[in-house]
Design a protein around this ligand. Sequence first.
Ligand SMILES: *[C@@H]1O[C@H](CO)[C@@H](O)[C@H](O)[C@H]1NC(C)=O
Ligand SMILES: *[C@@H]1O[C@H](CO)[C@@H](O)[C@H](O)[C@H]1NC(C)=O
Ligand SMILES: *[C@@H]1O[C@H](CO)[C@@H](O)[C@H](O)[C@H]1NC(C)=O
Ligand SMILES: *[C@@H]1O[C@H](CO)[C@@H](O)[C@H](O)[C@H]1NC(C)=O
Ligand SMILES: *[C@@H]1O[C@H](CO)[C@@H](O)[C@H](O)[C@H]1NC(C)=O
Length: 942
Amino acid sequence: MKLSTGLRVALGLVQLAPWVDAAPSSASESTLSTLSSAPSSAPPVSSVFTSVASTPSSAVSSAVPITSSPSLSTLSSGVSSVPASTVTSAVSSVVSSAASSLASSSALTSLSTIASISNSLTSASASSLTSVNASLSTSSVVASTGSPTFNTGTGTETGIITIPIAPVSFTPFPVPSDSPISGVFVETDPSSPPSPEQAPALGGPVPDFGKAWSAAHSKARAKVAQLSLEQKVNLTTGVGWEGGRCVGNIPTVGDFPGLCLEDSPLGVRDTDFVTAFPTGITAAATWNRTLIRLRGLFMGQEHKAKGVNVALGPMMNMGRIAQGGRNWEGFGADPFLSGEAAYETILGMQSGGIQACAKHYINNEQEHKRTQESSNVDDRTQHEIYAHPFMRSVQAGVASIMCSYNLVNDTYACDNNKTLNDILKREFGFQGYVMSDWSAQHDTMSAVAGLDMTMPGDITFNSGTSWFGQNLTDFVLNGTIAASRVDDMATRILASWYLLKQDSASYPTVNFNAFFPLDESTNEHVDVQDDHFTVVREIGAAGAVLLKNDGVLPLVKPRSIVVVGNDSGPSVYGPNGFSDRGGDDGILAMGWGSGTAQFPYLIDPLSAIQTRAIKDHTSVSWWRSNWELPGVASVVQQQSAAIVFVNADSGEDYITVDGNEGDRKNLTLWGNADQLITTVANNNNNTIVVAHSVGPAIVEAWIEHPNVTALIWAGVPGQEAGNSIVDVLYGDYNPSGRLPYTIAKSPSDYSAQLITGGGPNDILSIPYTEGLLIDYRHFDANNIEPRFEFGFGLSYTEFQYFNLKTSTVPQSDSDSAALEKAWAAGKATPIAEGSTTAAWLHRPLVKVTFQVQNTGGVAGSEIPQLYIHHPASAGEPPSVLKGFTDVRLAKGQTKTVTLALSRYDLSIWDTVAQGWVKPSGKITFSVGASSRDFRLSGTIPV
Ligand SMILES: *[C@@H]1O[C@H](CO)[C@@H](O)[C@H](O)[C@H]1NC(C)=O
Ligand SMILES: *[C@@H]1O[C@H](CO)[C@@H](O)[C@H](O)[C@H]1NC(C)=O
Ligand SMILES: *[C@@H]1O[C@H](CO)[C@@H](O)[C@H](O)[C@H]1NC(C)=O
Ligand SMILES: *[C@@H]1O[C@H](CO)[C@@H](O)[C@H](O)[C@H]1NC(C)=O
Ligand SMILES: *[C@@H]1O[C@H](CO)[C@@H](O)[C@H](O)[C@H]1NC(C)=O
């Protein structure tokens, strides 16, 4: 935060915790002044979309003029003007984050010590390798140092398992070669993907990037053939923390210009003249593929125009625990929804010319001790829940994937042969490269486990050492790591660059400096925003979920409105006053951490409501304080509507806000919200609550209060927050958002909780004992009544469903008839390269059609959802989301909806056969308006 700069320096904390996920410290201190003219109305964006598939990537860059230095004044230090109470809390937040970074870095040091012992032993000499290996079994490494110790908790830990240092042969995984199926599995280049209306889940074609990848790999192989070992290694090794202008940098190698890797999943981080897009969780809450695609496309275009090569998103952690600090960066608590959102985001980003990076692979579901926790996950749960969105990312042709900080079954995720080589590269046929999260690599042998690139390159920030670099070269020279593996690493990295046509001479060069955004010599202030604010505004409205409405919304020319709550207005410190958004004051439009961007401006609800009031001659008053309850009790009396704005925030672990160390410490709304709402409701019989929340929060204190007449769950919507909510409140946008997670009545109703505690050297055990039963699956399986279920959301109109039909899709053209027959007979899919992404497994098999009619009084949008119900013997949750779409209907209008299911959609993971299998018995399904509001049901006809 602005305020903390001096404090950080004083505390020697200019650098944050070394494993911070791409968090430049100096960069984040900059504060941009608000742009003068905030747009007040948003034209519809639907027309923009038609250009998506057809816009050549070169058109994007030429459309963005490279202008120099527009007048952005920077704010001078705000220290003197900050009230004392804030100073105190800011100080304690810095101090506690200092304490935790110190604690963790000593642990990290001890871990790297172990690894460095093993590596230095190895590089000793090639001839003594055998004896070294013998003495270096995993257990002896851990035992000989006596550290770290495991907090065994409920799990049984073995100690950190690493790949033994011994020569390993290597054969590259081939590009899976399915033959395209005409109209079903179509050869596609990333620059021109099928439109969102043609999504496979709607019966459209599955894009087949195989040919594009293989062309890119040929070019890459030819290039790699001309490189020396040291040059190839350089392609895999970041230049080190702050070693370049981007948060991650690959150096120039020969005539290859290097790579710029930059955060974040919601925009270009640490620079100006960019759009601050809605968060992932808000995009997911729209359940609108077109809007999710557009968000991806525009983010991709902005990154590219800034000269970025690799944009570090999307993020698809699963929201396994409601408190998870970074859940808002992702797409909610269901793998299918998250997978579809990842797929559309990546198709969008990459059609904008940028390499996307699917992260964090895998099981990084909490922030607390994320570098020192082992997520112990069974194979079936891994495949069906956590790996699924990454599988969809691979199907979208994703260029790169980031392995996460945590361990999986006691092996670091960046060192994990099973998750990287076996699942990602072998099973999914992933053709791009795996990069480490920032400092998530722990030994050189991870190259053998499937890691292709180390970020930011140095072992700890600014150490000048690397697990790759000279060490990787040495490991090749002494015969431990096959030279062909380094060829493969370099090839994958260059192939992704060719795949996105970044070898084009017109690809923009880096024109900003993430670490020094105030340095005029390295920041060209290129304006890349275009009119992307229109889609920000629309997603903010489309992602708002109407949870309760006693007929009071939409507002119709209210006589008077009182706007209540700190969240309703601007922060005292401005939109970017808190470094990396690490504070909660005023409208919450982004969580905190590396997954952020600078707001160019931030429209707060109060000013947007006032702008609207001009039109209606409504009297607007307000009360921003959440704590002065007697005052609020009096100011809300006699007002036609009292709109209370509240929020709940979370973020990444390197910043602590009000005692929340990344993860939320509880699930209550922040800032005295329950008392505030109750006080208002006790004094005004039309109390409308708007919550800007990073995830679920408990609303039991007031939800049944008779005077709480409406509740809107408005997500975390980005720079147009105020305009978006006004569109919904006044019915300019008829709400169609649906919850991407369950809102429980009690925190203990969720199947998994934040695991806290653990000493500095402990590795926390996080057993995923709930298995497949996360979020609504658990509520359904255990008959727990949620407050608001997954998939729920109201509209200002009503819909009816009828005329359900199912049919099987003819497969006569298939050259995979034998595989299809075997599947129908209950045989598991074979173990093969690309077995999980094979064309035959994903082609539409069953079509479900039905009609939806708008039977209410106004135009509106419905989100029909399809859930399948497996036979009990399959061991699946009662209902599993496998389809959704969005339908916009005029008053009285009826439309026919088609959803498609593939064999993959109907299968479960067979851990013995290591393949996908159709469970025996009848699979039934329901179609409806939420995970508990089924309107039609049927039986799958296969
Ligand atoms: C190689 O790795 C070791 C850790 O095993 C580290 O101490 C050393 O500095 C690295 N060498 C280089 C040149 O980075
Ligand atoms: C490899 O990278 C290092 C560090 O960035 C640099 O000093 C060296 O010259 C590079 N080597 C080649 C062959 O590009
Ligand atoms: C983790 O252990 C479980 C239980 O043995 C196993 O099913 C799963 O495949 C393992 N996952 C990894 C990545 O090793
Ligand atoms: C690593 O995974 C690959 C791909 O499945 C497999 O062939 C290899 O045997 C695995 N290596 C180890 C050491 O388990
Ligand atoms: C989804 O968003 C697109 C783009 O704005 C819009 O055209 C479409 O109508 C939306 N769908 C629904 C159901 O509102």
